[in-house]
Design a binder for this molecule. Structure first.
Ligand SMILES: Nc1ncnc2c1ncn2[C@@H]1O[C@H](COP(=O)(O)OP(=O)(O)O)[C@@H](O)[C@H]1O
Ligand SMILES: [Mg+2]
Length: 379
């Protein structure tokens, strides 16, 4: 970046924060700093008091620090800007534009320096918080889905993936199996099951605490400075699973509309999609955010996978686990319950209780509806 580009970049950052472009004095302070002038010299050039220049300078360093997520001062302004440029372009070699907070930075004809875009994960420095991930039981089928997700996450480096499907279809189970398979590729792996109390503020606070505590363990510093959350996703390769994201959306509305108090997630997911970072968010639920639905075909950093039922062979394995795999019309039964493993488990329990022969007595199109399934369907 030359001087003019650095000033333009700084102007965009300040504009994103304040809604105003750099004024003449602010620009003079930044220009003088880049030319290694003292505050006194800048004040003399601009014909104003040194204290005024210092005041303007410290306000600028405060805004830049906040927006870039690291301490920026007169002594490191140039190197901070250069470092940011390197981190942006090394991570988005393929893309045309990225955002820093809400600053668009266009690729122009710059060539990214040839540095690797992630640290290879190291077992000793990897941190997993999978306490909210359900334990895996028997797992059948899903080979194509696992392959698709693995490719999207590891090879294509998608930043946001929505895994959707109706209740009981096996989203959580599939994601848990996936996490077991790929978790060693990441420095940080976090599983959060969202509920009605999971505001963005709470998620951010918990995540920052997790990251800063883990960093404390890895570094000698007793109290490393906490960073804005996005900085951790830029600094480390993280896999974040947010399960049950339908809890963020209003029911009785078109899919993907945030409940009051949860709208902040929209800009957060937007940041995850557009900012330069090396992490991946897997969003699981009945619905996906509208932003994801809208951009899925145009943006390569986003994917959606709509999960459908298990095939007949896998469905039969589930019936076998319940001792009813040998019933005569098992494939019609699996078909009728659309290969939904939760429904199959539930109906298998009922058949077992009624005695396996019951299905032969029932007319072809009867659907047994156990009590627990009624509750699920009502939801
Ligand atoms: N591939 C699978 N093989 C075996 N059982 C499965 C599979 N997928 C889901 N299940 C079972 O079906 C039930 C519902 O799955 P779950 O992942 O909780 O669904 P969802 O998250 O879509 O609501 C669970 O009891 C789970 O163990
Ligand atoms: Mg689930």
């Amino acid at each position: 970046m030359n001087l003019k580009e650095m000033l333009k970049f700084a102007d965009e950052i300040v504009f994103a924060k304040t809604g105003q472009h750099l004024d003449d004095l602010q620009e003079a302070v930044l220009r003088g700093t880049l030319q290694r002038e003292t505050y006194k010299e800048i004040a003399k050039d601009f014909d104003c008091s040194e204290s005024r220049v210092r005041e303007v300078g410290s306000e600028l360093w405060r805004i830049l620090s906040e927006q870039l997520g690291e301490e920026v001062s007169k002594s490191n302004f140039r190197s901070s800007m250069e470092r940011f440029q390197v981190s942006i372009y090394s991570n988005v070699a393929q893309e045309e534009s990225v955002q820093i907070n809400s600053v668009n930075v266009c690729g122009e004809a710059r060539h990214p320096p040839n540095i690797p875009n992630s640290h290879p994960p190291n077992q000793e420095t990897s941190h997993h918080d999978l306490s909210e991930m359900p334990e895996l039981g028997a797992f059948y089928d899903r080979t194509p889905e696992l392959e698709t997700l693995t490719t999207s996450i590891l090879q294509q480096r998608c930043r946001l993936i929505a895994l959707t499907g109706i209740s009981g279809i096996g989203k959580t189970t599939l994601a848990a199996q996936l996490v077991q398979q790929i978790k060693d590729e990441f420095e940080y792996v976090v599983w959060c099951s969202l509920d009605a109390s999971s505001t963005l503020a709470k998620f951010e606070a918990n995540s920052i605490q997790f990251f800063s505590q883990s960093e404390k363990q890895d570094s000698l510093a007793t109290n490393p400075k906490t960073l804005p959350l996005i900085k951790y996703f830029q600094k480390h390769r993280c896999l974040v699973v947010l399960d049950d994201i339908h809890n963020l959306f209003s029911s009785g509305e078109l899919a993907g509309k945030y409940k009051p108090g949860y709208e902040e997630y929209r800009s957060f997911f937007k940041q995850i999609e557009t900012l330069s970072h090396q992490s991946c968010f897997l969003l699981i639920g009945w619905e996906q955010p509208r932003e994801v639905t809208q951009v899925k075909n145009q943006n390569t950093s986003i994917r959606t996978l709509q999960l459908t039922g298990l095939d007949i062979a896998a469905g039969r394995e589930i019936l076998r686990d319940y001792g009813v795999g040998e019933i005569e019309n098992y494939s019609a039964l699996i078909h009728r319950y659309q290969g939904n493993p939760l429904w199959l488990k539930s109906v298998a329990t009922l058949i077992q209780e009624l005695g396996g022969g019951v299905t032969e007595l029932l007319p072809y199109d009867t659907i047994l509806l156990p009590e627990d399934l009624k509750d699920v369907l009502e939801e």
